[in-house]
Design a protein around this ligand. Structure first.
Ligand code: NAD
Length: 342
């Protein structure tokens, strides 16, 4: 089997602990990957004087694949944000966040199984803002929506749905008020949808979506939306399944014709400095991100085994980690994931 090389960023805080656990679980699941360890974050500042050394960028450029544990953004020193730099450098335009109810993860909701695909480069986050008067009594931020940016993320959402056997795309917008910018996103979605007749397509106003996600989460399958709404709704979706601690994510970049796009996989939670080094961190978020990576490189069987192992370990209080009310530490949880895959 072809063994893709993956740039591995172990990260800061609990990063190395959840990374070590995830590598054990991937191997046990039969994932065939070669790791290229590279530095980023606060640890990289100590070693290289830069939170994102050139060698790390060069590695991802070569591999087009990265698994990234959480990074501490060094405060002071004027360092650029690693996440922003990676997003810009590799044009990571689609942020993909699945949210699925898991037995053993406390939540107010059941039957949640949705994926939020968020456009990651445009909209109000394009960074165009200024005060409009010298006394700074008013400020203006400009949202950029382009047909190009809309089309590529909407196409990605449809292709994702097709690959993962998902039936329906809901495009979320505010085109009733923002008739031009959001209208352009909606019109583009309607055009793209015609190319995928086997996938159901509808659209929904963002405020109604927020309410329906809470009152009727099971009606959603794949949501595709712009940057600002996606930022908010993806955390809302994580809240529906018990919080950010167990949520996986991927960031997908643009591909040159005939080439594989750059893809970066990461847990949504942070470096948890309060528990770092204690051996009690929950590696679920990074393990589920690794399963997304295995899907991405067409190692579906290993991905499904890994997800099933995590689900089994989470379902039992003896093998869940303490943050979820369980009694296991990181190693015991990982042992249980691996046992369940045997
Ligand atoms: P955090 O997610 O690190 O921690 C919030 C709370 O959740 C803490 O009590 C922590 O112990 C707990 N927690 C988080 N992940 C856990 C896990 N896997 N297992 C068990 N408990 C877990 O958020 P924060 O405290 O706001 O941020 C801490 C640092 O992480 C900051 O430097 C921030 O910049 C960074 N951060 C990085 C990323 C990233 O690299 N993707 C994302 C968010 C925050």
């Amino acid at each position: 089997m072809n063994r893709p090389t993956v740039s591995l960023i172990e990260g800061d805080g609990i990063g190395p602990e959840v990374t070590a656990a995830t590598l054990r679980a991937i191997e046990a699941a039969g994932g065939q990957l070669v790791w290229e360890r590279v530095d980023a974050g606060a640890g990289a500042v100590a070693a290289h004087g830069d939170p994102l050394p050139a060698a790390t960028i060069a590695s991802i450029q070569r591999t087009q694949l990265a698994l990234k544990a959480p990074l501490a953004t060094p405060s002071g020193g004027g360092y650029r944000s690693v996440n922003v730099t990676l997003r810009q450098h590799f044009d990571l335009y689609a942020n993909v966040r699945p949210a699925q109810t898991m037995a053993g993860v406390p939540s107010r909701f059941t039957d949640v199984d949705m994926v939020i695909v968020r456009e990651n480069t445009e909209d109000l986050y394009a960074g165009i803002e200024h005060y409009i008067d010298p006394r700074r009594t008013a400020a203006e931020s400009i949202a950029i929506i382009t047909r190009f940016g809309s089309e590529r993320v909407i196409v990605y959402a449809f292709e994702y749905a097709r690959r993962h056997g998902r039936r329906k795309i809901t495009l979320v917008h505010k085109a009733n008020i923002l008739k031009m910018s959001n209208g352009l996103f909606l019109d583009t979605g309607r055009e793209v949808a015609k190319r995928y007749p086997e996938i159901e397509f509808d659209d929904m106003i963002v405020d109604a979506t927020a309410m329906r996600m809470v009152t009727q989460p099971e009606r959603f399958d794949v949501i595709v939306t712009m940057n600002l709404f996606g930022d908010i709704l993806s955390d809302l979706a994580a809240g529906l399944i018990g919080g950010l601690g167990v949520a996986p994510a991927s960031n997908i970049g643009a591909a040159a014709p005939g080439e594989r796009p750059c893809a970066m996989f990461e847990a949504v939670h942070g470096t948890a400095p309060d528990i770092a080094g204690k051996g009690i961190a929950n590696p679920t978020g990074l393990m589920l991100s690794a399963a997304m990576l295995l899907d991405h490189v067409e190692q579906r069987e290993a991905a499904n085994r890994l997800r099933a192992g995590v689900a089994a370990a989470l379902a039992n209080a003896e093998t869940r980690t303490g943050d979820l009310g369980g009694r296991a530490n990181t190693a015991q949880f990982t042992d249980a994931v691996i046992r369940a895959m045997a």
